[in-house]
Design a protein around this ligand. Structure first.
Ligand code: URA
Ligand code: SF4
Length: 247
């Protein structure tokens, strides 16, 4: 089985500290030293608001922490806040978030059961040529690494039964660099991060599709993946099997 780079978030704070410091040795500065022991989500949000563990705080408006109840059964992890999220200070409130909400309704997943967050908590952008628009830029490996302790802390508090990675950035940082969303979407993969872990496409990839018919078909596939998630938390239990990640 592939050894995941991620830490086990279920063994208490002392385990966390050891693993996070090895992360720090590998990849430079991280938010690890800011994470308080046994935090609540409110506490984490308050401390993360002052995070300067990578340079993205300089250009982002504010830290966009995850949102949802600590009792949520499903956690969705995206890449980073977008333009609208950066201004609102809340994840998944822009076009991609609205599409996700629509898909959740169609899949029959109650918004109260869901916690939404991102692997990186600040919006990374560059100005377009005319300096009018902020264009999303992919976070670097070191920024993802720096921000990871916040996600690990969210996982440790929420302990979701189902973890859903939205898009390649989330999937590869949580499930390994070889993970392919196009080949493995919707498949349950073995991971210590949650009982059930799967990845699907990022809702913003649907928004970028120029052809209306394609967009519609892809939206249906996205809803199908979310129906699988709905099945995992339904009283009937899952119908699919967990596959091990190839090494
Ligand atoms: N895209 C993301 O990955 N996250 C958000 O919060 C919004 C858009
Ligand atoms: Fe801290 Fe993450 Fe923001 Fe970087 S992106 S400053 S690590 S909260």
């Amino acid at each position: 089985m592939k050894r995941l780079r991620s830490i086990s978030v279920r063994r208490g704070p002392s385990h966390n500290v050891v693993s996070i410091s090895s992360r720090e040795q590998k990849g430079g500065r991280t938010a690890a030293s800011l994470v308080p022991p046994n935090p609540s989500l409110e506490k984490l949000r308050a401390v993360a608001a002052r995070c300067r563990a990578c340079d993205l705080w300089k250009t982002g408006t504010q830290t966009v922490f995850g949102e949802g109840q600590a009792s949520a059964r499903v956690m969705f992890v995206g890449e980073q806040p977008g333009d609208r999220e950066d201004l609102a200070g809340r994840p998944f409130v822009g076009p991609a978030g609205m599409l996700l909400d629509r898909a959740l309704v169609q899949a029959g997943i109650d918004r109260d059961q869901v916690y939404v967050t991102n692997v990186v908590k600040h919006f990374k952008w560059v100005a377009d040529e005319r300096g009018k628009r902020r264009i999303h830029k992919k976070p670097s490996a070191s920024e993802i690494n720096a921000c990871r302790p916040w996600l690990d802390a969210e996982l440790a508090v929420v302990k979701p039964e189902v973890l859903v990675c939205l898009g390649a950035t989330a999937a590869q940082s949580l499930l390994g660099r070889k993970f392919s969303v196009s080949r493995q979407r919707g498949e349950l993969v073995h991971s210590e991060l949650a009982r059930y872990v799967l990845a699907t496409v990022h809702p913003s990839s649907l928004l970028r599709m120029p052809d209306e018919k394609d967009r519609h078909a892809e939206f249906e596939r996205f809803v199908d993946d979310l129906r699988k998630v709905a099945g995992l938390i339904s009283s009937r239990g899952p119908s699919s099997t967990v596959t091990k990640l190839a090494s």
